[in-house]
Design a protein around this ligand. Structure first.
Ligand SMILES: NC(=O)C1=CN([C@@H]2O[C@H](COP(=O)(O)OP(=O)(O)OC[C@H]3O[C@@H](n4cnc5c(N)ncnc54)[C@H](OP(=O)(O)O)[C@@H]3O)[C@@H](O)[C@H]2O)C=CC1
Ligand SMILES: O=C(O)C1=N[C@H](C(=O)O)C[C@H](O)C1
Length: 269
């Protein structure tokens, strides 16, 4: 019988990293074969299970990505742009599926990821949950149906540790709204209003970010028209929804043609 696909988790000590270690090691369709952390991290050399305060998992935390990838068919990466971009090259060399949940990537980072995706499968999304990907579809449909009298505003709320704004999800929703409207998001995005901003410009898409406490992730897409408002909302209450999507994406990507994919491809939406 052939071995189950091996998966490495990057940023294994992080909020998402630990959730992924748990879900991958409990999933009967795959094996956890590596746990990566940056050089100098306290957990290097320790068993990932016991470092997380649980049972031993037989996987030692390492900073050697190339070695970890040599045993893997996929790597799941919810870290930071400075970690994700160099890992993409290593995943491409190893011909491993690279599932990227990291947000806050700039245009230059994305160009480097796209170059790596010429050699291996990459699945990247600002949100890996089924609910948000469905909301993204709905946002595009509603934006296409309404005219510019309806102002589009995207409001997101996250925990106090989040370092990037607008969230990756908010940007995904903004892209979908812009697509529905037939415009480029970069031409119409209003980010970070403050002071005497002037009246709202027709056709613009606004973003607002709330940060506080332990909010997992909440997104509203508001279509504010004359005399009525339509509000599409997603509320995440458990990070497992993102991790489950990421494991699904890793398994989906194995054996596929190299290229840049997203969760819409994985979910068939
Ligand atoms: N697409 C999606 O569905 C979702 C995406 N996310 C995104 O995932 C990312 C991680 O979120 P979260 O788990 O909450 O964050 P955490 O801060 O809890 O974890 C981040 C992990 O990445 C590591 N890391 C950060 N910077 C570097 C670096 N330069 N080199 C190597 N390792 C690094 C951290 O290590 P260290 O402790 O040493 O800094 C840590 O292990 C964020 O971008 C977030 O927006 C989150 C949830 C869902
Ligand atoms: O940082 C987080 O926590 C989250 N990040 C993603 C984002 O930027 O949209 C997804 C989710 O909302 C949680």
């Amino acid at each position: 019988m052939s071995e189950l696909p091996g998966i490495v988790v990057n940023g294994a000590s992080g909020r998402m990293g630990q959730m992924l270690v748990r879900l991958v090691s409990e999933n009967p369709a795959c094996r956890l074969v590596g746990a990566l952390e940056r050089a100098g991290h306290d957990w290097i050399g320790r068993d990932i299970g016991t470092a997380m305060g649980g049972a031993e998992l037989g996987v030692t935390v390492t900073d050697d990505a190339l070695d970890a990838m040599s045993r893997a068919q996929a790597v799941i990466d919810f870290t930071a742009p400075a970690a994700t971009v160099p890992l993409a090259e290593i995943a491409a060399q190893a011909r491993a599926v690279h599932v990227i949940g990291t947000t806050g990537l700039d245009e230059d980072d994305i160009a480097k990821l796209d170059a790596a995706a010429r050699h291996a499968v990459m699945v990247r999304a600002g949100n890996m949950s089924f609910g948000v990907n469905l909301l993204t579809k709905l946002t595009e449909t509603v934006a296409r149906a309404l005219d510019v009298e309806f102002d589009i505003e995207i409001v997101e709320a996250h925990h106090k540790h989040k370092v990037d704004a607008p969230s990756g999800t908010a940007l995904m929703l903004g892209e979908a709204a812009a697509e529905g409207r037939g415009v480029r998001l970069t031409d119409v995005a209003d980010r970070g209003r403050d002071g005497i901003t002037g009246a709202r410009e027709e056709g613009h898409i606004g973003f607002s970010a709330i940060r506080g406490g332990d909010i997992v992730g909440e997104h509203d897409v508001i279509f504010a028209g004359p005399g009525e408002r339509i509000i599409l909302r997603h509320v995440a209450t458990d990070r497992a929804i993102f991790a489950r999507g990421a494991v699904k994406a890793a398994l989906w990507g194995i054996g596929r043609k190299p290229g840049a994919y997203d969760m819409m491809d994985v979910l068939g939406l």
